[in-house]
Design a binder for this molecule. Structure first.
Ligand code: SF4
Length: 92
């Protein structure tokens, strides 16, 4: 099955008003941050018309890629979601 079909089987509980990933304010994203617009498996990162990179953490798989990729630039704040929120993986 395509990855989108598999992802559809996971449920995602949004912790409203408490996003667990934030992109810090910036005028120009680093190459690492910009790369997240193609690297994030859940498509959470997008580039605005004015060039900044935004994250919409709904649907985040908590894979940690964005945290690793931007660990040297420090452009994002990343925390695991509070207990009970975030991705609920379905097994089997
Ligand atoms: Fe995307 Fe993974 Fe970062 Fe979540 S943790 S926003 S799925 S790269």
């Amino acid at each position: 099955a395509k990855v989108e079909e598999k992802l559809f089987q996971n449920r995602y509980l949004v912790d409203a008003g408490r996003p667990h990933i934030k992109v810090k304010a910036h005028t120009t994203p680093s190459a690492s941050l910009l790369a997240m617009t193609t690297l994030c498996p859940a498509g959470c990162y997008t580039q605005t018309e004015s060039g900044q990179v935004e994250v919409a953490a709904d649907g985040c798989l908590e894979c940690g890629t964005c945290r690793i990729v931007t660990r040297k630039t420090g452009e994002i704040e990343w925390n695991y979601p509070r207990g009970g929120f975030g991705v609920l993986y379905k097994f089997g």
